[in-house]
Write a protein that binds this ligand. Structure first.
Ligand code: C2E
Ligand code: MG
Ligand code: MG
Length: 705
C-alpha cells in the first residue's frame, strides 16, 4: 500500500537516533511513502508546539526526553493530539512497559536498535489505520451517547447480572425523581412497584442472563417521592461481539405512560359508574351482586335486593328543569348511602331508579330496618335551587335465597314489590314475599316499643325459686324478665329477648334487670324478709362490655348488698365464645364475691374439663335433659355422669325444669344438689314470691347471710 503525503513528527532528542529514523523512513519511503515529510522536535515542549502549529499523520515519540520521560510523555502528547496515532520509541525491550504505553493510547512501540525499514513502514501503516477506526468508533460512541442523553425518553443501561443501573440519562432521572448518582446505586428491582414485580422473579434473571432477548412491559415504577408512575419499558441485551456472545449490558428505553393509564382508568370508571352520582352503574352492580351472592352462599347468610324508585320525579324535572332534577338525584344518592351500612352496595341503574344490595343478613327482616331508614331519610325536604322539595321513594325488596336463588328473578321480584309499594300509597317499602311485610311491620313496632318499655315501666321481674333437693327448702330465686306490653299483654322472654339480642338492646335490658334485682333485694331485706340469693341471667353482649365487673360492683355498693347474694347466670355457649375475655371478666367478678352459674348446660359443646378453668360454682343442667329422664336411659346416664364430674370439680349441680316427682326422685338418687321447676314453683310476681318466701320457707342460700 502506498501512503501519499505522509507527515511525520519525530520527537527525539538524540540526533543519531533521529537520523537513523529519517534514513529508515526514506529507505522505506522509496517505495511506499511518496513524498513524506519529517519534522523533528528535540523536546516534549518542542513537539507540543509543533502539534499546535501543524497537523501530522503520525507521531514517533521517544519516551526519554530531556524535559519529560516515560509514560508521562505519552500522556502529554495524547492530551494534545488525541486524533493522531503515536508510536512510542523505547530503548528498553521491556514488554510490560510497552504494553502500558499501548494501554494509555500509543498505537504501537518500536525498540530502538531493532527497527528496520520494513518494521517501521508496517508500524506506521497499522497505526494510522488503527487510529482511524478508533476515531470512527469513538465517533459512533459519541453519537450514541448524545442520542442516549438527548432523546426525550428515559434511557438506561444496567448490569446484566445484578440489574444495577450503570448509565442513566437525564430524562430517566427526571422521570424517577432521582439524581444520576442515586440511580447508579439502585437496580430495577428497587424502583419497580412491588405489585409489578414479575410473579416469577426468575423472569428478571432470564432477561438478565440473556435467555430473554427482548422484554416489553407496562409496569409501575416508584418515584423518589413515593408515588407510582406508569411506564412502558423496552429492554434488550447488548452482547459481546465474540463467539460466546455473553451479555454485557441491559439496555432499556422507558416511556412515561401515566397519563395514558389515567385516561384508561377513567374510561373503565365511566364504563362502570354513573357519571352524575359517581355510583356504580347497572353493569358494575350486576358484577358486585354476583360476588355478594357467592359470599352469602358461602357464609350461609341472606341478602336483600332492593329496588328504589322516586315518587313523582318526573314532576320535579318538568317543573324545575333538568339541572334541578340532576341535583336532586345527587342528594338522593347521598341520603340513601347514609342509611346503608358499609357492607351494602348501591347503584343508580337509570333515571330515578336505584338498586341496593343489603348484604350479610341473618334474617330477612333485618333488611326491613334498613328500608325503613331509607324511607325515613326522605322525610326532610331537599333543598334544590332555592326550593324545598318534598320527594319520597317507593321501595321493593326480594330476599336471597328465600324468594329465589337466581339473580335476574330476584331483581324482577324486587321490581314487582316496588310496584306494590307504589300501589299501596307510595313512600313505603314492600317485600316481594308479603308474609315478611307483616312480620317486619310487627317487628319494627315491637322494636320501637321495646325501647320505650323501660321508660314506661313495662318491664317486670318474675322470681322462680330454686330449692335444695335434700331439704326441700328454697335456697335461691332466679329473676326472669317479662314485658307487660300495652297491647299484646304479658310477653315472655322468647317473644322479645331474641330481637333485643339482635339489635343490641339486650344490654340495656340486662343492666335494668341487674339494678332492679338489687333494688328489690334491698327492699326485701329492709322489710325483714329472710335473705335470699338472687340469680340474674346475662346475655353475651353485656359480657363483652369492658368495665362490666366494675359496674356490678357499683350497683352492689349503691344498694349496700353483700356480693355473695348475687349469682350471675351465663350460658354455656357464652362461656366458650371468647374464652380469654370470659376468663378475665369472670375472674374479676368472682374476686368481687359474685358467684357464677353456667345456665342451660348440655346445650353447647363445652367439656367440663374446659369449664374447670373458669371460676364457676354452679352448673344448671338444661331442661331438655330433665324432661325425659323417666323414659330415656341415655339422659339418665348423662345426668349421672355430669353430677359426678361436677362434684369432683367442686361445683353444685342444679336441675332445670323439674316438673314431676319421678324426675325429682331420680335427681335425688344421683345426688343432684338443687332443683328449679314447676314442681316446686312457677316463676312468681314479686308479691307472690314474698308470700312464698315469708311463708315459713326459710331461705338458706349458703352464702352466710
Ligand atoms: P333460663 O335462664 O333457662 O330460665 C329458665 C326458664 O325455664 C324460664 O323461662 C322458666 O320459666 C322456665 N322454666 C322453669 N321451670 C320450668 C318447668 O318446670 N317447665 C318448663 N317448661 N319451663 C320451666 P322464661 O322465663 O321464659 O325465660 C326463658 C329464658 O329467657 C331464660 O332461660 C333466659 O335464658 C332468658 N331470660 C329471662 N330473663 C332474662 C333476663 O333478664 N336477661 C336475659 N339476658 N335473659 C333472660
Ligand atoms: Mg337462667
Ligand atoms: Mg336455663
Amino acid at each position: 500500500m502506498v501512503i501519499a503525503g505522509l507527515k511525520v513528527l519525530l520527537i527525539e532528542d538524540n540526533a543519531a537516533d533521529a537520523e537513523l529514523i529519517d534514513m529508515l523512513l526514506s529507505e522505506a519511503g522509496r517505495e511506499q511513502f511518496l513524498n513524506y515529510t519529517l519534522k523533528r522536535a528535540e523536546s516534549l515542549a518542542d513537539g507540543v508546539r509543533a502539534l499546535g502549529r501543524e497537523s501530522f499523520s503520525v507521531v514517533l515519540l521517544d519516551l526519554g526526553l530531556p524535559d519529560s520521560s516515560g509514560l508521562e510523555t505519552l500522556l502529554r502528547i495524547e492530551e494534545r493530539a488525541h486524533h493522531i496515532p503515536v508510536i512510542a520509541l523505547t530503548g528498553l525491550a521491556d514488554e510490560e512497559f510497552a504494553a502500558r504505553a499501548i494501554s494509555i493510547g500509543a498505537q504501537d512501540y518500536l525498540v530502538k536498535g531493532k527497527i528496520t525499514g520494513d518494521s517501521l513502514y508496517r508500524s506506521v501503516l497499522y497505526s494510522i489505520e488503527r487510529k482511524k477506526s478508533e476515531l470512527l468508533l469513538e465517533d459512533s460512541e459519541e453519537r450514541f451517547r448524545a442520542f442516549f442523553e438527548l432523546s426525550g425518553m428515559g434511557a438506561l443501561q444496567a448490569d446484566p447480572s445484578t440489574g444495577r443501573f450503570v448509565m442513566v440519562n437525564r430524562s430517566f432521572c427526571e422521570l424517577t425523581g432521582y439524581s444520576r448518582d442515586e440511580l447508579l446505586s439502585l437496580s430495577f428491582r428497587e424502583i419497580t412497584h412491588p405489585d409489578d414485580w414479575p410473579e416469577d422473579l426468575s423472569e428478571y434473571g432470564k432477561l438478565l442472563c440473556g435467555k430473554m432477548e427482548q422484554y416489553d412491559r407496562e409496569v409501575r415504577y416508584l418515584h423518589k417521592q413515593g408515588h407510582a408512575i406508569w411506564v412502558h419499558v423496552s429492554r434488550t441485551l447488548l452482547r459481546k461481539a465474540d463467539g460466546h456472545r455473553e451479555p454485557i449490558r441491559v439496555l432499556g428505553i422507558v416511556h412515561d405512560i401515566t397519563d395514558r393509564k389515567r385516561m384508561e382508568q377513567e374510561i373503565i370508571e365511566m364504563a362502570h359508574h354513573d357519571a352524575l352520582t359517581g355510583l356504580p352503574n347497572r353493569r358494575l352492580f350486576i358484577e358486585l351482586a354476583q360476588i355478594e351472592m357467592a359470599q352469602a352462599n358461602r357464609n350461609n347468610k341472606k341478602m336483600a335486593f332492593v329496588f328504589l324508585d322516586l315518587d313523582r320525579f318526573k314532576e320535579v324535572n318538568d317543573t324545575f328543569g333538568h339541572e334541578a332534577g340532576d341535583q336532586l338525584l345527587k342528594e338522593v344518592a347521598l341520603r340513601i348511602k347514609k342509611s346503608l351500612r358499609k357492607s351494602d352496595t348501591i347503584a343508580r341503574i337509570g333515571g330515578d331508579e336505584f338498586n341496593i344490595i343489603i348484604a350479610d343478613l341473618a334474617r330477612a327482616e333485618g333488611s326491613a330496618e334498613i328500608a325503613r331508614k331509607i324511607v325515613e331519610s326522605f322525610r326532610a325536604p331537599f333543598l334544590i335551587a332555592g326550593h324545598e322539595l318534598h320527594v319520597t321513594a317507593s321501595i321493593g325488596l326480594s330476599v336471597y335465597p328465600d324468594d329465589d336463588q337466581d339473580m335476574e328473578t330476584l331483581f324482577r321480584y324486587a321490581d314487582i314489590a316496588m310496584y306494590h309499594a307504589k300501589e299501596t300509597g307510595k313512600n313505603n317499602f314492600q317485600f316481594y314475599n308479603p308474609s315478611i311485610n307483616v312480620h317486619s311491620a310487627q317487628r319494627i313496632k315491637m322494636e320501637s316499643g321495646l325501647r320505650q318499655a323501660i321508660a314506661n315501666g313495662e318491664l317486670l321481674l318474675y322470681y322462680q325459686p330454686l330449692a335444695d333437693i335434700r331439704t326441700g327448702k328454697m335456697v335461691c330465686a332466679e329473676a326472669l324478665v317479662r314485658w307487660n306490653h300495652p297491647e299484646m299483654g304479658l310477653l315472655e322472654p322468647k317473644d322479645f329477648i331474641p330481637m333485643a339480642e339482635e339489635t343490641g338492646f339486650i344490654t340495656t335490658i340486662d343492666e335494668w334487670v341487674l339494678e332492679a334485682v338489687c333494688r328489690q333485694a334491698k327492699l326485701w331485706r329492709q322489710a325483714g324478709l329472710p335473705p335470699v340469693c338472687l340469680t340474674v341471667n346475662l346475655s353475651s353482649r353485656i359480657f363483652q362490655k369492658t368495665g362490666f365487673a366494675s359496674s356490678i360492683s357499683r350497683v352492689l355498693q349503691e344498694t349496700g348488698l353483700p356480693p355473695g347474694i348475687l349469682y350471675l347466670e351465663i350460658t354455656e355457649t357464652l362461656a366458650m365464645e371468647n374464652i380469654q375475655l370470659t376468663a378475665s371478666q369472670l375472674a374479676q367478678l368472682s374476686e368481687l364475691g359474685v358467684q357464677i352459674s353456667i345456665d342451660d348446660f348440655g346445650t353447647g359443646y363445652s367439656s367440663l374439663n374446659y369449664l374447670k378453668r373458669l371460676p364457676i360454682g354452679r352448673l344448671k343442667i338444661d331442661r331438655s335433659f330433665i324432661k325425659d329422664i323417666a323414659t330415656d336411659p341415655d339422659d339418665r346416664a348423662i345426668i349421672n355422669a355430669v353430677v359426678a364430674m361436677a362434684h369432683n370439680m367442686k361445683m353444685k349441680v342444679i336441675a332445670e325444669g323439674v316438673e314431676t316427682e319421678s324426675q325429682l326422685d331420680f335427681l335425688r338418687q344421683v345426688g343432684c344438689d338443687e332443683m328449679q321447676g314447676f314442681l316446686y314453683s312457677r316463676p312468681l310476681t314479686a308479691e307472690k314470691f314474698v308470700e312464698l318466701a315469708g311463708n315459713g320457707n326459710k331461705a338458706d342460700c349458703g352464702a352466710g347471710l
